[in-house]
Write a protein that binds this ligand. Structure first.
Ligand code: AMP
Length: 427
């Protein structure tokens, strides 16, 4: 057999133990805030029918066209690894008749997504997102609440200099008209566009607006702006959304070029950034983004249901937490270290450890080490307050020595009383 040194696949990454605490912290804050705002957690399968994303996210989007992990199963089904959550959650909403529950229905999720992207800084092929969706409410207060929740989570995680960019891309009435207008404008300027935008002009004309290519910028600056062409209802919705935002402390900017690229968005779209990134002159990657998608549930065969949501990238947050040197409290400190000598002591220690676990006292050990000196030095290193010593003699007598690591005092107690005695001294 070939002697292969296996590595993670390109664009995939291990989340090592030292990074788990960031993930745990983010999960903790997300779940607490979700709970406060009455969101219920949902988990959908990572694999779905490929058409869910073809139709939902949209055939002409980069995600579907270039980045989807899709394949045929042995049984002949054509399936995909989810590139995002929204279509899956909308599917689940319809499949389980959730429109019959009290509305608005608020759901949240946390898990990995997959996109076959060109490997680059900050972009992975497997990455984690958390996601919030509200179904069954058309009032723009919900759009503001979704923006506020994502902002609050990042604020709570102490990410600095947050700003939200907002825009409206209209609805079924005004969006098609604006797309036509923009398409006509671009048709006359085809030679001034980058190669991607020449295709976008035909297939997904709104995406031209968020093109970052130098070549397209002068064309963009002169292009008709969607905010000037919204229908009255969309205009009123957007105005009201901004008024709600004004009530919050969220700093926001109007960005007429923000379109979010996915097919299902209607009216409100927004993205969250940390302006720290700007200082370093690196390409601006949003921490998260979202908006309203009033047509998706109906489009998937459900009842006419307005909806609004947001997805935030967990790796992006971790990266910023590290860059901004954000500290948060460590896991529960180890207060007790258990040392043992010999097989009988090991056996007694296994049971003793279990007693401490039941009493919710964190005890660390290093069963692999046999020398008392090595074990005590480990206890010192982790700054344990007490060390339990089960030597050969103690094991035979059913005893354990409790050593106060600060004073060096030692007490011999029976194995049965060990938890009680340690508890007493920890107080
Ligand atoms: P999107 O809905 O595509 O804007 O994604 C929402 C958020 O997920 C982005 O703002 C990023 O923080 C994160 N994200 C999207 N794609 C990737 C990726 N390939 N690698 C890491 N994070 C990503």
């Amino acid at each position: 057999m070939k002697n292969t040194k296996f590595q993670t696949l390109t664009g995939m990454h291990d989340i090592l133990p030292e990074d788990q605490r960031y993930f745990d912290k983010i999960y903790e804050v997300v779940s607490e805030i979700a709970d406060f705002y009455d969101f219920e957690k949902i988990e959908t399968p990572i694999l779905e029918d490929v058409d869910l994303f073809n139709k939902g996210t949209g055939q002409s989007t980069d995600i579907v066209k270039k980045e989807m992990y899709s394949f045929r199963t042995k049984g002949g089904d054509f399936i995909a690894l989810r590139p995002e959550f929204t279509p899956s959650i909308a599917r689940a909403y319809i499949q389980h008749g959730m429109n019959n529950r009290p509305q608005p229905l608020k759901l949240w999720a946390f898990g990995p997504c997959f996109r076959y992207e060109r490997p680059q800084a900050g972009r992975y092929r497997q990455f984690w997102q958390f996601d919030f969706e509200i179904f069954g409410e058309k009032n723009p207060v919900v759009d503001a609440q979704i923006a506020q929740i994502s902002y609050n989570i990042l604020k709570e995680l102490k990410i600095k200099n947050l700003v939200i960019e907002v825009n409206s891309i209209g609805d079924n009435q005004c969006k098609p008209y604006y797309k036509k207008l923009l398409g006509n404008y671009l048709r006359n300027r085809n030679t001034s566009l980058c190669s991607d935008c020449r295709i976008r002009a035909k297939e997904n004309v709104l995406r031209f607006l968020d093109c970052k290519e130098e070549k397209c910028q002068p064309v963009k600056a002169q292009a008709p702006q969607i905010l000037d062409h919204l229908c009255d209802e969309c205009k009123a919705h957007f105005k009201s959304f901004l008024e709600f935002l004004d009530e919050t402390e969220i700093p926001y900017n109007l960005n007429p070029y923000l379109v979010r690229g996915l097919d299902y968005y209607t009216r409100t779209v927004f993205e969250i950034f940390s302006s720290e990134d700007e200082k370093e002159n690196i390409p601006k990657i949003a921490l998260g983004g979202g908006g309203r998608y009033d047509n998706l549930v109906k489009f998937f065969g459900g009842k006419d249901t307005p909806a609004c949501g947001v997805a935030v990238g967990v790796e992006r947050i971790v990266e910023l937490m590290k860059k901004q040197d954000i500290k948060f409290s460590k896991k529960k400190e180890v207060e007790v270290f258990l040392t043992q000598l010999g097989d009988l002591a090991k056996r007694k220690s296994l049971k003793l450890l279990e007693e401490f676990r039941k009493a919710n006292i964190k005890v660390s050990e290093s069963f692999g080490r046999d020398s008392l000196k090595a074990q005590l030095s480990r206890a010192n290193k982790i700054e344990a307050k007490f060390t339990l010593i089960v030597g050969q003699k103690e094991a035979l007598d059913g005893k354990v020595i409790i050593r106060d690591m600060k004073t060096g005092n030692q007490y011999s107690v029976s194995l049965e009383n060990a938890v009680k005695e340690v508890k007493k001294r920890l107080k």
